[in-house]
Design a binder for this molecule. Structure first.
Ligand SMILES: NC(=O)c1ccc[n+]([C@@H]2O[C@H](COP(=O)([O-])OP(=O)(O)OC[C@H]3O[C@@H](n4cnc5c(N)ncnc54)[C@H](OP(=O)(O)O)[C@@H]3O)[C@@H](O)[C@H]2O)c1
Length: 318
């Protein structure tokens, strides 16, 4: 086992767990942080006994960030939220100020490598607070830790994704059509394991990647509608897809967004997400991406059927 300690924020999330598994394989010691360390215990068997330690950190509380980074030589930030909820879970507090707190603490601790996960579409002028705070986070990270590696994925797919799994679940609800906002909006879905592999290569060869932003997309671009059609084909369900015009979606999104700030609910849609859906989510032609890491990205067709099979009417037997 290596002496190098890696602190990962958001280790229990979809991307974080894929990174933990790979880092374990390469022999790193891991401090996997989350607000609910008991719920992150499933990460421990990824490594040898004692290799993965789960611990508390809430990146909206600077003191917990500083404590989590003590003694680490590599720091990875995988924290992001899709909507604001009760308490401290706010875009500004996490994606802008939390990212800044991590970068400052990493600099102070003398950390060698900082990897920051942002998102395609991070933009200071976006009407979406998600995208604006992702941009502010990047800016703060670059200011505090200029050698940080910033990764901007498009929408991420994998067994624990919240895209294909969510819509497949909706497709199983009898009678109701599947609503789609922005059916022509384009995405470049990227496999979670490819994102994790890019992180590992950036960790193991940090000199080569430091100070750069990489935009990570899969091999194909699809419209939102095409992705839903594909999902329905995979699970073998016929369903009407109902396009919802932006103004109507915005109204409902505003309501759900408001309720989510007071009640413990997961809003099916927010106004902020409606704003995001107005723009394509694809890698710009001039951006640095997977080729810089020597990774050939995986297509949805080679992975998605494997984990959506449970949504097929008779599972594997159809
Ligand atoms: N998924 C996508 O399609 C996608 C696309 C583009 C960019 N990204 C970005 O990629 C990164 C990873 O995404 P993901 O899909 O892995 O997200 P995820 O599955 O939702 O995981 C988010 C992680 O953040 C942790 N977290 C939330 N609030 C926190 C807080 N206040 N303090 C500390 N940890 C907190 C969560 O753990 P606890 O709740 O237990 O604390 C969880 O481990 C994020 O930055 C996200 O914005 C994702």
């Amino acid at each position: 086992m290596s002496n190098r300690l890696v602190t990962i924020f958001g280790a229990s999330g979809q991307v974080g767990r894929a990174i933990v598994e790979r880092l374990c394989h390469h022999g790193y010691r891991i401090r996997a942080t989350s607000r609910h360390p008991n719920e992150a215990l499933f990460l421990k068997p990824f490594g040898d006994p004692g290799q993965v330690q789960t611990t508390f950190a809430d990146i909206s509380r600077e003191e917990t960030v500083i404590k989590a980074i003590e003694g680490a030589s590599i720091v990875i930030n995988c924290v992001g939220i899709l909507y604001e909820s009760r308490g401290r879970q706010k875009f500004q507090a996490l994606q802008a100020e939390g990212a800044a707190a991590i970068a400052k603490a990493a600099k102070k601790e003398g950390v060698r490598t900082l990897i920051h996960i942002s998102a395609i579409g991070a933009d200071q002028h976006s009407p979406s607070q998600y995208a604006r705070t992702k941009w502010q986070g990047e800016k703060a990270v670059k200011a505090a830790f200029p050698k940080a590696v910033i990764l901007r994925p498009s929408i991420i797919f994998g067994p624990n994704d919240s895209f294909f799994n969510l819509f497949a679940k909706m497709a199983k609800i009898p009678v109701f059509p599947i609503p789609v906002v922005g059916p022509k909006t384009r995405f470049q879905p990227v496999y979670v394991e490819d994102v994790a592999e890019a992180v590992i290569r950036a960790v193991m060869n940090s000199g080569k990647y430091q100070g750069n932003i990489y935009q990570l997309g899969g091999p194909e671009v699809y419209t939102f509608r095409e992705l839903l059609d594909y999902m329905l084909e995979v699970i073998g369900v016929k369903k009407f897809i109902a396009p919802i015009p932006f103004p109507i979606a915005g109204f409902f999104g505003w309501w759900f967004q408001l309720w989510a700030k007071f009640l413990p609910i997961t809003p099916p849609l927010t106004l902020d997400q409606v704003q995001l859906l107005k723009n394509d989510n694809v890698v710009p032609a001039t951006a640095k991406g997977f080729e810089a890491f020597g990774i050939k990205p995986t297509s949805i067709t080679s992975v998605v059927p494997g984990y959506l099979v449970r949504f097929r009417p008779r599972g594997r037997f159809t």
